[in-house]
Ligand binder design. Structure first.
Ligand code: GLC
Ligand code: GLC
Length: 810
């Protein structure tokens, strides 16, 4: 069952009922100012950091869910309704929410009145702009009152929820004409405030939540001031400051009126904080508001946003006979990659925005998905991430985006982390050809006095793995590898202890075959970087180490029919046929085969066939089987989840593409695509009532076969799945892979996929690629560039060349 449909021409998902299985959200903002917005107008706004600079309040773990947002109320006689249905939930005559790329639109209708709201964050401004149009479709005049409502957060979203003894006394506002200024804590150490304004004279306001809502047993679902048809003019002093505006209007039959609302963030230099004693300096606020006074200004800013996205989404466009692939590749998957770049894992409807900062491995992997979109910001991100590395090559597992400093409570010891830096840097250089980044001086632990070149950082990443091997010459796992929950050195017996940070970070025995696979893949990519710098000796050294690792993986990392997952602290196998539970894991199968291990001796195919036989399900490949049914002290958090959820035999969407990519390495396009399809939102849309999460973006996890809710998604939006599926579909299935020498074209598609075309912008060139598949799954027979036959399948990069026309025969 669906709850809407894709409108590909407009790049929108159209939700046709407010009663979706979960709130289905969108993100507004591209640089510093961001909002989350649900299909019923729930959500919140922040500047740069969702925890420390939160503008509006959201209620966590609330019932009903998704409480608080930016609401419009329309009072028409005795009926009060919202264009997005919430919070009053009056049944609407018409409802539609269109989530677009960087904006959302809402359409509601009740008793012959329609309300249309468009909300977005301009590309280069710190505000959210909403335009609402009310129209009278009836045959007699309508007298209406329109109210707007937002609730301010007292900046630190974490403290805001906990520290009532202070916070209920600090709230302060100023009101000038149609603008409400939220200035809590501005008198002391803050030099920023927020505004809520509308481009017309208003007929009332409230800035105190109690005055707006009424007595405490009332709520935003039935606010007293709205029911009375008149806001009270309250001036907040402590308690809970809000911004509510009132506009009275009469519409003749057929008449419509529009208003533009702005929610903005303003920072003043310290010396310009005040206008007069206790009165904030509003100059920058007036400047901002002057940009959104008229419809023309509104549409100009809106079109700029559209143009920004047109440009970004022009870098990889596929035209195939498969609409679902087209819409995911051309629109939603790339959009999600940008959102994960902007948010990392901080703010979604599953990540509260008050928790973790940027993840080292997460951010490196996110790079893989957006590096072609905004290479400059990828470059900056790589340097930020590398700056949190330690001198021995290990790294802080997380860092704070505002300070860019490593997060000491978690520390280091996640032994896959260093290799992801090589992955991200290699992707950046293959995309851009910019080897100068390798020469950039980058600090360790943010200490510039210890800086070395980025290339030296990568070398230390590689050497960290080489210098930390266990009894089977496989990499030590440390606190965990990619699988955060495989905590082989933790042994936690006390509730509430962190499974990751409890216990030593450097167990001398527990090893990860997965990191072995990673080492083989990224060791080769590292060797190529060394070659680019002319250091052939270093390249040879790395390749030698790769060979040694390959041998170790093939020897002690092979279980007979699949790759072992790990060795625990007692040197017992994890993910082996000899285990009672958790006999086979997905991660090493995907990564080892991707790295080419076992490709020529049959192991790779056997491993992939085992995945299909043992781990596959209708909704995707499970992370392991059989699920752990009891807590294993020596395995850690993985066995803490009930069977079928999360790392304990859930379908962890992130690593499904690894297996799909591995299948392309082996040339099996039908199977690669089958795996792609099972977790692909444009396909899961069909059964949204089971899948639950947004049908336009990936979620982190889907309930596995052992779960009560098999097929149900959780943790949508902020997941490495976005980047990896984009890498899979764009570089391996459709097969356009950036190499140091130029774009390589080597598709691996299902035999019935048909011919397709791709426009790919790569460095200064635009590549128009036409592929004739001839029902083949893999293998390029002929490739011509501008009519000339080319040897192999890499289109040689020519500096400065603008247009390449490529024809490919498979
Ligand atoms: C989460 C984490 C990621 C980890 C994965 C598997 O998605 O963000 O870092 O690799 O879980 O545990
Ligand atoms: C990852 C996992 C999650 C685990 C967490 C620990 O995000 O997905 O299951 O609880 O890491 O930090």
């Amino acid at each position: 069952m669906k709850f809407g449909y894709f409108d590909d021409a407009n790049r929108e998902y159209v939700i046709t009922t407010p009663r979706t299985p979960l709130p289905w959200i969108n993100y507004l903002g591209s640089n510093s100012f961001f909002s989350l917005i649900s299909n019923t107008c729930g959500g919140y706004t922040f500047y740069k950091d969702a925890k420390l600079l939160r503008l509006t309040r959201y209620r966590y773990n609330d019932c009903p869910v998704d409480m608080n947002g930016k609401y419009f109320y329309i009072k028409d006689g005795d009926t009060v309704w919202n264009p997005g249905w919430q919070p009053v939930k009056t049944e609407l005559d018409e409802y539609e929410c269109r989530h677009g790329i960087g904006y959302s639109r809402f359409h509601g209708a009740k008793n012959n009145v329609t309300a249309d709201v468009t909300t977005f964050v301009p590309t280069d401004d710190n505000c959210e702009v909403s335009r609402i149009t009310l129209k009278n479709n009836g045959s007699s005049a309508k007298t209406l009152q329109l109210f707007s409502y937002i609730e301010w957060c007292l900046w630190n979203a974490d403290d805001d929820m906990k520290n009532y003894q202070r916070n209920l006394s600090t709230g302060e506002v100023e009101i000038v004409d149609s603008t409400i200024f939220h200035k809590t804590e501005y008198r002391e150490r803050r030099n920023h405030y927020a505004i809520s304004s509308v481009n017309t004279k208003t007929d009332g306001f409230d800035t105190s939540r109690d005055a707006f809502v009424g007595a405490y047993w009332k709520s935003t679902a039935n606010p007293e001031a709205v029911e009375n048809g008149q806001l009270t003019g309250s001036v907040a002093s402590g308690w809970c400051p809000i911004a509510a505006h009132q506009i009275n209007l009469t519409l003749a039959p057929g008449e419509e009126k529009s208003y533009i609302f702005v929610l903005g963030y303003i920072e003043n230099p310290l010396e310009e904080k005040w206008e007069s004693h206790g009165v904030i300096n509003k100059k920058r606020a007036w400047d901002m508001l002057s940009k959104y006074k008229t419809d023309d200004q509104f549409f100009a800013a809106f079109n700029e946003l559209k143009a920004y996205w047109d440009e970004l989404l022009s870098k990889y466009i596929v035209k195939s006979g498969n609409d679902r692939v087209n819409r995911m590749v051309n629109i939603w998957n790339q959009y999600q990659c940008m959102v994960t770049f902007n948010m990392s894992r901080s703010a979604s409807y599953f990540e509260t925005g008050i928790g973790r900062g940027m993840g080292f491995r997460d951010s490196c992997q996110d790079l893989l998905g957006f590096v072609h979109l905004i290479p400059d910001r990828a470059r900056e991100r790589i340097i930020d991430i590398a700056s949190t590395q330690f001198e021995d090559g290990s790294a802080y597992h997380q860092y704070q985006p505002l300070t860019k400093k490593g997060n000491a409570d978690i520390g280091s010891g996640f032994n896959d982390d260093p290799l992801w830096l090589i992955a991200g840097t290699s992707a950046y250089i293959r995309e851009t050809g910019d080897t100068s980044i390798l020469e950039e001086m980058v600090p360790y632990d943010n200490d510039m006095s210890k800086a070395t070149t980025l290339m030296e950082h990568l070398k230390r990443s590689l050497d960290y793995i080489i210098n930390h091997k266990g009894p089977h010459k496989l990499p030590l796992i440390g606190r965990a590898d990619w699988n955060d929950c495989l905590n082989l050195n933790c042994f936690s017996e006390v509730p509430g202890e962190s499974f990751q940070t409890f216990g030593p970070s450097e167990g001398p025995v527990a090893e990860s075959v997965f990191i072995g696979g990673m080492f083989v893949k990224y060791g080769e990519e590292y060797a190529q970087l060394a070659e680019l710098l002319g250091d052939n000796a270093e390249a040879a050294r790395a390749r030698k180490e790769v060979e040694i690792m390959t041998e170790a993986v093939e020897k002690d990392g092979w279980d007979g029919k699949w790759f072992v997952r790990a060795y625990d602290a007692y040197s017992h196998k994890v993910g082996s046929d000899e285990c009672d539970e958790g006999k086979i894991f997905i991660e090493p199968q995907g990564f080892c085969v991707m790295a080419g291990i076992g490709k020529d001796n049959g192991k790779a195919i056997v491993a992939l066939d085992s995945v299909k036989e043992k781990l596959d399900s209708e909704y995707g490949i499970m992370i392991l089987q059989p699920a752990y049914t009891e807590y294993h002290l020596e395995l850690g958090e993985i066995s803490s989840y009930p069977p079928g959820y999360k790392e304990n035999a859930g379908i962890f969407c992130h690593n499904n593409p690894w297996v799909s990519i591995a299948e392309t390495v082996m040339g099996r396009g039908d199977r690669a695509f089958e795996i792609y399809r099972k977790t692909c939102p444009a396909y899961t849309e069909e059964f949204s009532e089971i899948h639950y999460t947004e049908p336009y973006v990936y979620c982190q996890m889907v309930g596995g076969r052992d779960a009560k809710f098999h097929g149900q998604g959780k943790n949508s939006w902020l997941t490495g799945t976005a980047a990896w599926t984009f890498v899979n579909i764009s570089q391996y299935i459709l097969g356009i892979y950036p190499t140091h020498k130029g774009l390589s074209v080597d598709p691996c598609v299902p035999s019935d996929f048909g011919d397709f075309e791709i426009v790919r912008k790569f460095r200064e060139g635009t590549y128009n690629i036409k592929v004739k598949t001839n029902h083949s799954q893999k293998g390029v027979k002929k490739l011509t560039v501008d009519g000339k036959v080319c040897d192999g399948n890499i289109i040689p990069y020519e500096k400065g060349k603008k247009i390449y026309n490529i024809e490919v025969e498979m």
